[in-house]
Ligand binder design. Structure first.
Ligand SMILES: NC(=O)c1ccc[n+]([C@@H]2O[C@H](COP(=O)([O-])OP(=O)(O)OC[C@H]3O[C@@H](n4cnc5c(N)ncnc54)[C@H](OP(=O)(O)O)[C@@H]3O)[C@@H](O)[C@H]2O)c1
Length: 338
């Protein structure tokens, strides 16, 4: 039987929390690469919260996925056919496209990976877009100083885990916010945060206040909703809110009533959003700093690897409900390096 390309397509736009029926799985023949292109066999596919925005059809900084199209995603894989002078069969590369087992992409858009330097999957997480997001948010907006208190939501996740560890390395008092005792234990015991508060507690505000006795100087916002409401009154004068994402609100069918931002004036708060793709220039600086720390084990990471493209829709729905524990990745095919 010839090898086929298996794809997950957007069947219809989700209303609220996505359901498996919003997606369809199809199979077709492999495409031949044209001049300058390569055929990449996917090994790892990154599942990320931003994909919820892409399938919603809302106007945003990026074009939405069309109904019937393969869903957007970043892939690490192995070159199986090349018509680009820079790539040979067997090379490992980052830059494959979409929720599918194979993709034909321009060689110029691929980055060759050396699996002896770091596991291939790390280029989707700690040494990829989520790690860079943490770095950009802290460097360009939060700018935490030694002795300040930094709170990080979704603290055990791909972005939050890096943000908190980097702030700890800057000498800050770092408090994570995560869902459930296992994640909170991981955040303090493995990642070395000074504390972690479970956002499922009924007394979230009081628990946060106790964990941050000097208030909060920098809040790395990944979640929004009730967590944001609990953090906001604890912000100190001249506090910085790094507006990275608000995953708790991505499935709202109707918008929530907004927070009162009156205190933003009284406290001279600076609240700024950012999109990591505007900061590609910081990528090499981040990798130079982070890659040796990952290799030496000083910067820790955790991956949640789910087998098989067919499980992508369910895993993605789980991500939007906090079921993932660490960077969520779909294993598309065999990884000969592990
Ligand atoms: N601005 C940018 O350029 C940029 C780039 C990358 C990512 N982001 C944003 O960064 C945030 C984190 O992304 P990530 O890739 O690192 O994901 P992640 O943290 O690895 O996974 C998502 C986590 O969000 C938490 N969560 C999900 N639903 C929630 C809810 N209803 N209430 C509270 N927490 C909930 C869960 O953790 P708990 O179980 O601990 O709650 C879940 O594990 C997202 O908001 C994402 O959109 C922004």
């Amino acid at each position: 039987m010839p090898e086929m390309n298996r794809q997950v397509l957007l069947k219809r736009r989700p209303n609220g929390m996505p359901v498996p029926d919003d997606f369809s799985i199809v199979e077709g023949p492999l495409l031949e690469p044209g001049d300058g292109q390569v055929l990449l066999r996917g090994i790892y596919l990154s599942l990320d919260p931003y994909m919820r925005g892409r399938i919603s059809g809302q106007r945003s900084y990026a074009t939405p996925t069309k109904i019937g199209d393969v869903i957007e995603g970043r892939v690490v894989g192995q070159v199986t056919r090349s018509r680009h002078p820079g790539f040979r069969e067997g090379d490992f590369a980052f830059g494959g496209y979409g929720w599918q087992t194979h993709s034909v992409v321009l060689g110029d858009a691929l980055t060759k990976l050396d699996p002896t330097q770091a596991p291939l999957s790390t280029s989707l997480g700690i040494l990829g877009m989520p790690g860079l997001t943490a770095y950009v948010g802290l460097k360009t907006i939060g700018q935490p100083k030694a002795g300040e208190t930094v709170a990080v939501s979704a603290a055990s996740g791909a972005v939050g885990a890096v943000a908190g560890q980097l702030a700890s390395r800057d000498g800050c008092h770092v408090i994570g916010i995560a869902g459930g005792p296992d994640k909170c234990r991981y955040v303090t015991e493995e990642l070395g945060f000074d504390g972690c508060v479970d956002h499922r507690r009924a007394d979230l505000g009081a628990a946060l206040e106790a964990a941050c006795p000097k208030g909060i100087d920098v809040y790395f916002e990944n979640v929004g909703g009730d967590v944001q409401r609990a953090v906001y009154p604890l912000l100190n004068d001249f506090g910085r809110m790094i507006m990275c994402g608000m995953i708790a609100e991505y499935n709202d069918a109707t918008p929530r009533p907004g927070p009162s931002l009156v205190a933003a004036v009284r406290k001279r708060l600076k609240i700024q959003g950012f999109i990591v793709s505007d900061h590609a220039a910081l990528r090499s600086e981040y990798l130079e700093m982070a890659a040796p720390l990952v290799r030496s084990g000083q910067l820790k990471y955790r991956e949640d690897i789910v087998e098989g493209i067919d499980n992508a829709p369910e895993a993605f729905i789980g991500l939007l409900q906090g079921k993932n524990f660490g960077k969520l990745i779909i294993k598309l095919g065999a990884d000969p390096t592990r």
